[in-house]
Design a protein around this ligand. Sequence first.
Ligand SMILES: Cc1cc2nc3c(=O)[nH]c(=O)nc-3n(C[C@H](O)[C@H](O)[C@H](O)COP(=O)(O)OP(=O)(O)OC[C@H]3O[C@@H](n4cnc5c(N)ncnc54)[C@H](O)[C@@H]3O)c2cc1C
Length: 327
Amino acid sequence: MSETVELAVVGAGPCGLGVGVAARQAGLRCVIFDKGPITSAIGMYPTHMTFFSTAERLELGGVPFITAADKPTRRDALKYYRRIVDVFELDVHQYEAVTEICGERGAFRLRTRRKDGDVAEYAARNVVVATGYLDTPRLMGVPGEELPKVFHYYKEGYAYTGEDCLVVGAGNSAVDVALDLFRWGARVTLVHFADVLDPGVKPWILPDITNRIKSGEIAVRWRSRVAEIRPRTVVLRSEATGEREELPNDWVFAMTGYVPEPTLLRQLGVSIDPATGIPCHDRETMETDVPGVFIAGVVAAGYDANKIFIENGREHGPRIVRTIQSR
Ligand SMILES: Cc1cc2nc3c(=O)[nH]c(=O)nc-3n(C[C@H](O)[C@H](O)[C@H](O)COP(=O)(O)OP(=O)(O)OC[C@H]3O[C@@H](n4cnc5c(N)ncnc54)[C@H](O)[C@@H]3O)c2cc1C
């Protein structure tokens, strides 16, 4: 592209789109790249997932998000964010991955690769990295994790009826998966290193999972970890005694979370706190310690994705645009 744009955004998730909307409202020329389709992370959610947020808390640019139910579904959100792109005529390049960024404020160059293999280069005065976290699962690092029966993402449970399924974790995703598999007639065992569910589990599903565990309908191994995954079994190790237990197993759903992928930020020289994974940035402006490089969305939360999500990550766009306008 011969023209230098004011902002180039990497990632067309809800928070990257939020930057595009704010730029459009301010009359700044902005281009948004995504290596997949628009809001591909939401596309990766479980097929029939319902958000824990109510619709108005996911809105962008003041465009009402109308749903019949109190909380939107994954499908509602996919449709809503597509409409946002139409309504604000955002310049989104789907299926175009940003592979490299170099330069400095006022003169950045972004290299991209399209799905057909073609490469391209773009010029921008400012860059926003809004690359999310869902592409990189937090691995357990155990033998057998590479087996085809192991998943870090979940779609729906019909294919697991009558099968022995292990769910690793005790957060919202793990609980949702365990309940869905149970309702599809799978034999479910949940394994967790602590002896309670995560405190952040949605209050409206807590009674359901608690009763399923109490009644034994969903088996649980508290204070245990996966030691090994084998073709027909899994080996669990007790944190308390170190004792090992082998269970029959057909499928493993490792709902162990996801971590941001730091390559582009590292290329640009942005400092990243090794302990938290948080890129060094000003929380008011979202600018990093490299002038002209901003971050938006969950990537700003580092390893703890529960701190920033759509509800609060959507505020980053207006902050970034205000900062750029003020210069
Ligand atoms: C099951 C589940 C339920 C959730 N429910 C809620 C909820 O109810 N409410 C809420 O507020 N949040 C919820 N969240 C969290 C929410 O999904 C994330 O916080 C949100 O997606 C973060 O938005 P983002 O734009 O920062 O990143 P993402 O949505 O992850 O988008 C990042 C985008 O960057 C793209 N990308 C990455 N690298 C490149 C590259 N090199 N080049 C081009 N593109 C790239 C990716 O393809 C992706 O589309 C939920 C998450 C999950 C997993």
